[in-house]
Write a protein that binds this ligand. Structure first.
Ligand code: ATP
Ligand code: MG
Length: 554
């Protein structure tokens, strides 16, 4: 239940631990409150891990609550995607609820405020309201509608609700203090008129509560103990507390932490939606998108994203986390868990001239040297092979350690070969290499005494299969695209490279959605949902780093 006291706690954990220790709460309840107006992004992931993580850590629970108070921007598609993203990250909400579940209660409570002389219907235009509001250094002025009686206001509010006024005709405002140093407290709006269809309540309502009226009361209705939001809501806390105090309901408390942004990414649903709508990316789950669904399709694991959120931690100051930290987390995870396979992205044919024409040899190689229990897999070896074009250089630089004319290289888990002849077409392009293999150099039984400097991957032409491989690079060329006036102009034109005719090991034809592999020397890859029985499509999740140096020695 409680945490080990030696462990260093973040400021929210300290607050929660103290609240539990003092008996203020027996158990805690947090919530994650997305607005269903887009898919969740990596910034939301930090909030999910924080809220659900606290629930888990302190033996409490966490609700998923849709903040669906704005009917015009919300869609069921977004609701569904958010639920599945939260679950995919590894969290199960105690309840899935909607602010719209509380529309009736919120309406009744608004009438309580009116009856108590704490709210009024205002017919001022938004411009007039803005003028009367004052500035942070000047007090505001009371609206001419401020002193109408509760009876009049109740009648007007019922008329608002009954649809007797057009959009924007009037609003319901809390009657607090036009001189408050906190601008938020200068008679904030509680309800606005919007004749719009709502994704859940349909046409039942034509007035919708503002965030400030819906959020704290929803928290209270659910008995949320710690309501955690981002820093920009700090000035709203006074209003949050005021509303709860006026109604005398369960006192939820609001705490703020700083947003987490990630370099080379956008964490704004509005901007991400623009990328989708302008067809700059294919969809919300395009593997280049910094959305949770984009990372999922790209091959990221839930554990790697949780680890990333954990490592960047929690603070009171805005920070931009490094995208390379996220890449580090996924490499760490996949290095341990993913099976190794061979793929050749840009094939160059190699003919082993001293190898019998119809003979196929059966070799073996490790599935994952990090997990020996995964055993070995078969590899066919024949007279015709494929290697990567860039594993051969006709005139290599001094320290080149792969294949070149007259030189030798080891084919991983197979034999050492020597390049005897470079075949070219009329235009001078290299078409194939004629090589010889050293029969006594078979991996594991090598008595050749030869010491090639390099080890390369390869495929047998007898069973290599064609697959599509998609290589991704960062979507933006600048570290902080959100700061640019035109963030679209910072898009990396080379963020997607499609290789339609890559070659892969035959076993990869049976790969299933969700499978992840290390393509030896090329990176980590996953199966894309565009795959079909005839043609597999693989996404590169992330490139390799130093792992090959270690594994290639074998
Ligand atoms: P966006 O600008 O993408 O629409 P938002 O804050 O308006 O972001 P919400 O759907 O309201 O989106 O967010 C749900 C929750 O996620 C909120 O509690 C919000 O504080 C949190 N959140 C959103 N973005 C971030 C971020 N970059 N870092 C941490 N928490 C975030
Ligand atoms: Mg929002």
């Amino acid at each position: 239940m409680s945490t080990n006291s030696n462990e260093s706690l973040n400021f929210l954990e300290e607050i929660i631990e103290a609240d539990l220790a003092s008996g203020k709460y027996k158990h805690i309840l947090t919530r994650f409150p997305p607005e269903p107006n887009g898919y969740l992004h990596i910034g939301h992931a930090t909030s999910i891990c924080l809220n659900f993580g606290l629930g888990v850590k302190f033996g409490g629970a966490t609700n998923l609550r849709f903040d669906d108070t704005n009917p015009t921007t919300e869609e069921t598609e977004y609701v569904d995607s958010i639920i599945s993203d939260v679950r995919w990250l590894g969290f199960e909400p105690a309840q899935i609820v909607y602010a719209s579940d509380y529309f009736v209660q919120l309406f009744e409570w608004a009438k309580v405020l009116i009856q108590n002389g704490k709210a009024y219907v205002d017919f001022s235009t938004s411009q007039e309201m803005a003028t009367l509001k004052g500035t942070p250094t000047e007090p505001g002025k009371n609206s001419p509608y401020r002193d109408t009686t509760p009876e009049e206001n109740l009648a007007l509010f019922e008329k608002m609700r009954a649809g007797e006024f057009p959009d924007g005709h009037c609003t319901l405002r809390a009657k607090i203090d036009m001189n408050s140093p906190n601008m938020i407290m200068r008679d904030p709006l509680l309800y606005r008129i919007k004749h719009a269809h709502h994704h859940r309540t349909g046409n039942t309502w034509c007035i919708y509560p503002m965030y400030d009226w819906a959020h704290g009361q929803s928290d209270s209705l659910e008995n949320i103990t710690h309501s955690i939001c981002t820093l920009e809501f700090a000035p709203h806390r006074e209003l949050y507390d005021w509303c709860i105090a006026q109604l005398g309901i369960f006192p939820s408390h609001q705490y703020e932490f700083a947003r987490r942004n990630v370099s080379y990414a956008i964490t704004s649903k509005r901007k991400l939606r623009q990328l989708v709508e302008d067809n700059i990316v294919r969809s919300w789950d395009d593997p280049r998108m910094p959305t949770i669904s984009g990372f999922r399709r790209r091959g990221y694991t839930p554990a790697s994203i949780r680890e990333f959120c954990d490592r960047i931690g929690l603070g009171k100051r805005e920070m931009v986390a490094d995208m390379s930290l996220l890449e580090f987390c996924i490499r760490e995870d996949l290095n341990k868990s993913s099976l190794r396979r061979f793929a050749v992205l840009h094939p160059l044919k190699v003919v082993i001239t001293n190898y019998p024409e119809a003979q196929i040899d059966h070799l073996e190689t490790e599935n994952n040297p990090e997990a020996p229990e995964t055993g070995l897999r078969p590899l066919s070896f024949g007279r015709e092979l494929w290697i990567e074009q860039d594993d051969f250089m006709e005139t290599p630089p001094p320290k080149y350690n792969r294949l070149s004319p007259g030189g030798i290289v080891r084919l991983k888990s197979a034999y050492i070969i020597r390049c005897e002849e470079v075949m070219k077409d009329d235009a001078g392009n290299i078409t194939e290499l004629h090589c010889t293999y050293i029969p006594e150099s078979r991996s594991g039984q090598d008595t050749s005494g030869l010491k090639p400097k390099g080890v390369i991957h390869w495929l047998s032409a007898s069973d290599a299969m064609i697959a599509e491989v998609r290589l991704y690079d960062r979507l933006f060329q600048v570290e902080d695209p959100a700061r640019e006036e035109d963030f679209i102009a910072t898009i990396n034109p080379n963020s997607l490279q499609v290789i339609e005719n890559a070659l892969v090991e035959p076993a990869l034809m049976q790969a299933e959605l969700g499978d992840r592999f290390q393509f030896t020397r090329l990176g980590y890859f996953c199966v894309d949902p565009d795959s079909s029985a005839d043609k597999m499509v693989f996404n590169r999740t992330v490139t390799l780093k130093d792992t090959w140096a270690k594994e290639s020695a074998k």
